[in-house]
Design a protein around this ligand. Structure first.
Ligand code: BGC
Length: 756
């Protein structure tokens, strides 16, 4: 663990064989009811005292009668989520989870598995270290940074007595209409695969098999498979996907993370080709368990067995839905509000509709994960054993991450870095908000409770004010988000006054974007940034002062109506609690930006093409004679990102010009910092298959590395690619590697080679 956190406390200390033996022994002693109970997961709200199953009384208390029913009668094996919908202290987490855990150990002799969405830090515990969200982490193109963030998250999650996180999201962020784009690593399958592996290793520790120690947690890959490809762009709506497309783009990130040892996986809540994934035997059993050899736990998403019947009308009754999903390969049901699943499943087994062997397979996986987590020996982890929770070192890691993700997209006449000591107007709805810096899954599901927990951190305004020594920073919103409304609701907030103040300033820092949202509530009707923000940007630009547009958004909202009037543009994504500080340091040149876009920033809502598109999307490049208005022409390209220094690429060379299938392709390029300040550069290597029997993508990212260079310094960067990594999935759904010409491109340089 690179000395970051020393492993303290006990670990199960068993090897894989011993674990398997113990699991089998236990399974043999269990009744059907006990087995089915292990497959059931309920939400903590159900177990707490409250007026209904959705809400709780304060102070929060476990309802002893319901807990008794859950454990003694239904013998449930897992609980999830955060009670009352907002972050708790570590002490409260310990109190609640240990009460459940102790009841479970006493009655069942099997520990409870508590799961939580700790997705950018342990975001449901007060005082946790919050990192930039995944979309931002992707912009770092830095594997080590992603791993470290996950390690710290794992530690802080265990510090809250929780051994399981529902993270990472390995769906591709293909379509900015989709409200979960910010939870992904962006649009590229290779980038998502590489960073997904780091995140899994960071969460689970290095050991692929056997025990996970007390400083690590089990990860959960989600949402298998094709979730982000919804045709409408709306959350949980149908996708139409051919199998070769599914395998070409959507599968690799999951496959690599499974190979890295991920302990669990969550199923796509939507439908593909008309079939809910939760009822898809081919995907869950044939592909996932048999072909990919996944040995971990397959958990449903929220209420998704119920949805097979009540939402999708694919089962006539709830019992039928349970049968379909368990037979399709589901191991655990996130039920979450009642125990019906258990009743139905027991009946189905007794009626011979679900085989005992299927139940045993599911329960074996669940018990194995509990054993690997050491929960039988140590059902609870105590916060006192995690003294580094929320420490300065962790905060620094979050700040460092924010510094590496923020992406400079435009810098006309080197407006940035700004000179300190000037008169700055900072405005826009994102200028003074910790909620927008963090986004969703931050202290509460929708991120709306952030203000209660983030007093000690700096908003962009506060950070600028601290840094602008000898100068003045005036904050005026101009436009504000309604704090008690829907995420898109906003209003004019001293609009005219703000525009007037712009005229009096030396610089304007205009902070636009989105308010926080998560999942379905974040669906949208119009990808353009809001009308009011557009109006404000135009009015501010008219004031005639240099404007730095700071974007703080979960997905690229379209800015083409005013982008040309902005002098500099900086994308912060959702940079977390230290995003304001990192941004201020970048704006004043104390940190040199090095983020690169992990997605294509569209210019128009009807042109949402990803970078790895086909030649037909670019008529000009394809040799077309007409200059089509709607040709591929994004606002900013995937991989774009400026620096305060310049990098020169030279001497791109390959180890050969002709390769056989088993011969590795070695590629070397020299990168020089030809500017005046130190900087970091993500070196992105693309390969184009020039002719293939299925139209090839114009280019695909096949390797990357991030390097740091002092002014004047050069480095040689070497990549090795195995030819089979350049194959594509044919119409027979098998990888195909065809002989012919390929072109490598790095930093604008190109070289061809032939595959024999
Ligand atoms: C989301 C999952 C999440 C689960 C548990 C669902 O609504 O789709 O990503 O892990 O809730 O909170």
């Amino acid at each position: 663990m690179a000395g970051l956190i020393s492993a303290t406390g006990a670990s199960a200390g068993l090897n894989q064989q011993e674990i398997d033996k113990r699991v089998d022994k236990l399974l043999n002693q269990m009744t059907l009811e006990e087995k089915v109970g292990q497959m059931a997961q309920v939400t903590i709200d159900l177990l707490c005292e409250g007026p209904d199953v959705y809400s709780n009384y304060e102070p929060l208390r476990i309802d002893k009668n319901i807990l008794k029913k859950a454990i003694e009668h239904y013998k449930i094996g897992s609980v999830l989520n955060v009670p009352s919908g907002k972050a708790l202290t570590r002490e409260k987490w310990y109190e609640i989870i240990s009460e459940i855990q102790n009841a479970s150990m006493k009655e069942l002799k099997i520990p409870m598995l508590y799961g939580i969405d700790a997705i950018h830090g342990n975001n449901y515990t007060a005082g946790c270290t919050l990192f930039p969200q995944q979309i931002a982490m992707a912009a770092s193109f830095n594997r080590g940074l992603v791993r470290k963030g996950a390690e710290i998250t794992a530690y802080e999650t265990r510090a809250s007595n929780t051994p399981w996180t529902f993270s990472p999201v390995l769906d591709l962020g293909l379509n900015p209409e989709w409200p979960r784009m910010w939870e992904t690593f962006g649009e590229d399958p290779y980038l998502a695969s590489q960073l997904g592996v780091e995140m899994v290793k960071g969460y689970e520790g290095d050991g692929k098999e056997g025990a996970i120690d007390v400083n690590h947690v089990a990860s959960c890959l989600k949402h298998f498979l094709g979730y982000s490809a919804a045709v409408s762009g709306k959350d949980r709506t149908p996708a139409i996907l051919s199998e070769n497309v599914l395998r070409e783009y959507h599968l690799p990130s999951f496959q690599k993370a499974i190979e890295a040892g991920a302990r669990s996986i969550m199923v796509n809540s939507g439908l593909t080709n008309g079939l809910p994934l939760h009822a898809d035997y081919n995907i869950l059993t044939k592909l996932l368990k048999e072909e990919l050899g996944f040995k971990g736990v397959v958990v449903t998403d929220w209420m998704d067995i119920v949805n097979i019947c009540s939402r999708d009308h694919v089962a006539a009754t709830q019992k039928e839905a349970v049968k379909l999903s368990v037979n399709a390969g589901i191991d655990m049901s996130m039920i979450p509000y009642n125990f019906d699943f258990c009743d139905y499943l027991i009946q189905l087994v007794n009626e011979g509709e679900v085989k005992m062997s299927r139940i045993d397979d599911a329960v074996r996986r669940i018990l194995k994960m509990k054993m690997e987590l050491g929960l039988f020996e140590k059902p609870n982890t105590h916060y006192n054993d995690y003294p580094k929770f929320g420490c300065k070192e962790f905060e620094k890691a979050s700040y460092d991450a924010a510094c590496e993700v923020i992406t400079l997209l435009k810098n006309e006449n080197q407006l940035l870095p700004l000179t300190k000591g000037k008169n700055i107007l900072i405005c826009g709805p994102n200028a003074n908000s910790m909620r927008t810096l963090n986004g969703g899954w931050s202290y509460s599901w929708q991120g709306d409770k952030a203000p209660e927990f983030t007093e000690k951190y700096n908003t962009i305004f506060e950070a600028l004010q601290l840094k602008n020594k000898g100068g003045k920073v005036t904050y005026m919103p101009g436009v504000s988000y309604k704090m008690d409304g829907k995420y898109w609701e906003e209003y004019e907030d001293r609009f005219a006054e703000t525009v007037a103040a712009a005229k009096e300033s030396d610089y304007v820092v205009l902070c636009l974007g989105e308010n926080s949202y998560t999942e379905k509530p974040g669906d949208l009707q119009d990808l353009y940034i809001s009308d009011l923000q557009t109006e404000m940007a135009k009015a501010i630009a008219k004031a005639g002062k240099p404007v730095v547009l700071v974007l703080n958004e979960g997905r690229p909202r379209i800015i083409s109506k005013f982008e040309s009037q902005m002098n500099a543009v900086v994308q912060t994504y959702l940079p977390g609690n230290f995003g304001g500080d990192a941004l201020a340091d970048i704006l004043f040149g104390e940190v040199n930006p090095s983020g690169k876009l992990p997605y294509t920033y569209p210019r128009y809502p009807n042109s949402l093409t990803n970078y790895w598109h086909k030649y037909s999307e670019e008529q000009k490049k394809a040799g077309g004679v007409y200059n089509y208005e709607a040709d591929y022409h994004p606002q900013y390209e995937f991989g774009e990102g400026l620096s305060y220094t310049t990098f020169e690429y030279s001497n791109l060379r390959l180890s050969s010009s002709v390769y056989t299938v088993n011969q590795p392709v070695n590629i070397t390029v020299t990168v020089k910092n030809s500017g005046k300040v130190a900087g970091k550069e993500s070196v992105l290597l693309y390969v184009s298959d020039l002719v293939a029997s299925l139209a090839p993508d114009m280019k695909r990212l096949r390797a990357f590395d991030k390097i740091a260079l002092q002014p004047g310094e050069s480095k040689e960067v070497t990549f090795t690619i195995q030819p089979k990594e350049l194959s594509f999935i044919g119409l027979d759904n098998q990888p195909k590697l065809e002989p012919g010409e390929f072109e490598v491109s790095v930093g604008g340089l190109k070289q061809k080679f032939t595959l024999k």
